[in-house]
Ligand binder design. Structure first.
Ligand SMILES: O=C(O)CCC(=O)C(=O)O
Length: 294
């Protein structure tokens, strides 16, 4: 497990449970991050994988499940040592790796990450699902760090998935012009994605300046989003690693982003029945609580 002292961990658990997001400083090895950064740059230069978009003056590049086919990404997932931290924050006894997502916002891109909840996109229910968002470059509000609506993981609301790839998801102006992005089925009112978007003053946000080595952690129901990268020269490369605890259950009743991988042998897909725990070779076990860590 990455090095973290007991006081730092206790503070992080308290903030995570109260706000739905927290930050940990200096927990990722910098050489490992450099190595990942080189792999990302190679992948972006090759242009043979990932999803590439040029929006505004800069590039928005991303990929999902990169670790399934690129050994450098797999090496990062296997050695970064964050599964134990995820286990402590989820208060679970076993942690499985769910998947990774690469999100690069180059200087000048106006590609906004719309406000959303992650669980809407996933075939999972349960409380023990967690994301570690790992910046490879220093990130802050000017180059598109992610912001979290404090306490939104406890709203008891479920917002259907919206397309990030459609034009109306690509910039704040587009989203405002085409309000389908933020049309909540519950209609107008407090605690909806559209209200967060239109009336940011109604909410409190957790937003951090982060440096390489830091990680941001968030709950699957926390409403979050990010601006484009408005800087001239500050890249924003980040990788999100998603983790599953014991209380995470397969839920194939709704549309979700993984269906597209079902018949593609390059990607893991589970053989789980509706409602089963996410215990499957597609989600390798990465950490188990021992008596010493209990
Ligand atoms: O990096 C971003 O812009 C968005 C990240 C995100 O939404 C996530 O990791 O769940």
């Amino acid at each position: 497990m990455a090095r973290i002292d007991d006081a730092q961990l206790a503070d992080a658990i308290e903030e995570f449970e109260r706000d739905g997001a927290t930050v940990l400083r200096g927990v990722v090895d910098l050489e490992l991050l450099d190595r990942l950064g080189t792999a990302i740059d190679r992948m972006m230069a090759e242009g043979t994988s990932g999803h590439d978009r040029k929006t505004g003056g800069g590039r928005f590049f991303g990929d999902v499940y990169t670790s399934a086919y690129d050994p450098e990404f797999r090496h990062f997932v296997d050695t970064v040592g964050l599964a134990g931290i995820a286990g402590e924050l989820m208060r679970t006894n076993a942690v499985r790796f769910f998947y990774d997502q690469l999100l690069v916002k180059e200087p000048g891109t106006d590609a906004r990450t719309p406000w959303h909840q992650d669980r809407s996109y996933w075939p999972v229910t349960g409380d023990q699902i967690l994301t570690t968002w790992i910046p490879i470059d220093a990130a802050g509000p000017d180059n598109g760090v992610v912001s979290y609506v404090r306490g939104s993981h406890k709203w008891d609301r479920f917002f259907p998935a919206q397309s990030f790839g459609s034009p109306n998801g690509s910039s704040l102006a587009d989203a405002q012009a085409e309000n389908t992005v933020y049309d909540d089925p519950d209609g107008p009112g407090l605690r909806t994605l559209s209200d967060v978007h239109r009336h940011p003053e109604n909410y409190s946000y957790a937003t951090w300046e982060v440096a390489p080595g830091d990680i941001i952690i968030h709950h699957p129901m926390t409403v979050h989003g990010a601006a484009g990268n408005a800087s001239n020269n500050r890249r924003r490369r980040a990788i999100a690693l998603r983790w599953l605890g014991e209380e995470a259950y397969w839920d194939d009743t709704r549309p979700h982003v993984f269906r597209r991988y079902k018949d593609d042998p390059r990607f893991p897909y589970p053989s789980l029945a509706q409602g089963e725990r996410m215990v499957d070779p597609a989600y390798p076990l990465m950490w188990e609580r021992t008596t010493a860590s209990a």
